[in-house]
Design a protein around this ligand. Structure first.
Ligand code: SF4
Ligand code: SF4
Length: 463
């Protein structure tokens, strides 16, 4: 009988086929019950046929959907985050008596057991390991992808809107206890600067505050990318004893906020941070439609935040080569947005082409998916390993060297300022985040200043 319930399919010992051979599957296949009746793994892309992947002790070879369906599967477990692919699969098997569920249901069902075992293993292995000394230096800049793909705003230039292809079902997040161990100072080998960023509004992830509090207790420094409209989590974090280790990058979507009557709300949240020991930055995304509002926006920022906003550089992710998102000539673009005298803008504009020098991404920085622990070097540079798969061992580091596949250093404002290419001497990360206000106060306060002025390549040699 056809069922779309994972639990029913498992209790009836149905034959399950996994659909979707990707990095996502590699990252989650060890986090589902190892005793399921998996009979095959398929993908529509012929280039993936023949690729091998282990499920427990069994090695599967990726096959075509036709071959999988010919095996009499009763349940398809979809392993993709793309809504379009999920829809295609649903259409493909609509007439067959085959149920469909997402692999997240299998992860969720097995989560408690898997996590308990991992935590026990960590506690045994790491219990007697000496805590790395607090040196005030950071060993690594870790970008944590928060599994949120929706937002409380709809900015015209936003990639959430541009892609419109996220599988929306609730992500499965491991517990705070697990994540703290997975990112412990013992595993990392010291403190890290952890940057949390969702594909939508980061603070819409309900567990996030608990996770951040635990990682502050662990001894890390935290940065959060937010549109600064949700007051409650900000307030809670500001009451943490280590709130001076917090940095909020408050994206300032002026037109959207003005249109929705949210400017005061935004400035109220920023004010809370400004008056606390935490640090912040106000940052705009330059786009052509915003140009007529430049004067009023400047006035608003000076009146409410004591300084002009920083300016990033937006890219058109839909077009090959990801050109800068503007219809203006580069000369005009530089002239107009350069008026803000933002070091963030200056650094981004200085690094438009590929760096030919060796990079320490993979060692001084990496990106980890908070949902499943998958680790990549940096955007456009692929898979390293999975941080959650065995939390009982220290994290290993491997520099990418000259192997960068990116045609320019995406996020150069962070990677290059934090010293990921030792031969490139840039402004500091502090310079691209801080503004000094007319009254002499700074957006980035002393605790974070000391962290943001570091070049991680030099720390690695010292720590
Ligand atoms: S606030 Fe950020 S995530 Fe939300 S729509 Fe605007 S740019 Fe996108
Ligand atoms: S140069 Fe930039 S994009 Fe390339 S590997 Fe290094 S950090 Fe990544």
């Amino acid at each position: 009988m056809k069922t779309n319930s994972y639990h029913e399919a498992v209790s009836e010992k149905q034959k399950i086929g996994i659909w979707g051979m990707s990095d996502y599957l590699y990252n989650v296949i060890d986090k589902i019950d190892p005793d399921l009746t998996i009979c095959g793994i398929c993908d529509q892309n012929p280039e993936k046929h023949g690729i091998k992947i282990c499920y427990g002790a069994v090695e599967f070879c990726c096959i075509s959907p036709e071959e999988l369906l010919a095996q009499g599967v009763q349940m398809i477990m979809v392993a993709t985050r793309s809504m379009n692919v999920v829809r295609e699969i649903e259409e493909r098997v609509a007439d067959a008596c085959i149920g469909i569920c997402h692999i997240r249901e299998a992860i969720s069902a097995y989560k408690e057991e898997w996590e308990k075992r991992s935590i026990e293993k960590y506690d045994v292995a790491m219990g007697n390991v000496t805590e790395p000394e607090e040196t005030g230096k950071v060993k690594c800049f870790i970008n944590l992808t928060v599994p949120i793909s929706f937002c409380n705003l709809q900015c015209s230039y936003c990639y959430v809107g541009q892609h419109k292809d996220f599988y929306e079902k609730k992500p499965v997040l491991y517990s705070t206890e697990f994540i703290r161990r997975a990112l412990s100072r013992k595993r990392i080998g010291g403190s890290a600067l952890l940057n949390f960023c969702g594909s939508g509004e980061t603070f819409l992830c309900r567990q996030l505050v608990d996770i951040i509090e635990a990682l502050l207790d662990e001894g890390h420094y935290i940065s959060i990318i937010t549109n600064a409209l949700i007051e409650e989590p900000v307030k809670r974090l500001l009451s943490h004893r280590r709130s001076d280790r917090l940095f909020f990058k408050c994206s300032f979507h002026y037109m959207e906020l003005k249109e929705k009557g949210l400017l005061e709300k935004y400035s109220g949240v920023v004010k809370l941070i400004q008056e606390s020991p935490a640090s912040f930055s106000v940052e705009i995304v330059p786009h052509d439609e915003l140009i007529p509002c430049i004067d009023e926006m400047k006035e608003f920022c000076l009146a409410h935040f004591g300084a002009l906003p920083h300016v990033t550089v937006a890219r058109d992710e839909e077009t090959d080569g990801e050109p800068i998102l503007t219809k203006m000539s580069m000369e005009d673009y530089r002239k107009i947005w350069g008026m803000f005298d933002s070091e963030l803008f200056a650094v981004k504009m200085r690094h438009q082409t590929k760096e030919q020098k060796a990079c320490i991404a993979g060692q001084g920085t990496f990106i980890m998916d908070l949902e499943h622990g998958g680790r990549i070097f940096c955007p456009n540079n692929g898979r390293l390993d999975n941080i959650y798969s065995d939390i009982s061992t220290p994290i290993t580091y491997k520099s990418i060297g000259h192997g960068c596949h990116s045609c320019y250093c995406i996020n150069s404002h962070a990677y290059l300022t934090l010293g990921m290419i030792p031969e490139v001497k840039e402004s500091t990360y502090y310079d691209v985040r801080n503004r000094q206000c007319a009254d002499g106060s700074n957006w980035v306060k002393s605790t974070l200043q000391k962290i943001m002025e570091q070049r991680i390549c030099e720390n690695i040699e010292e720590i």
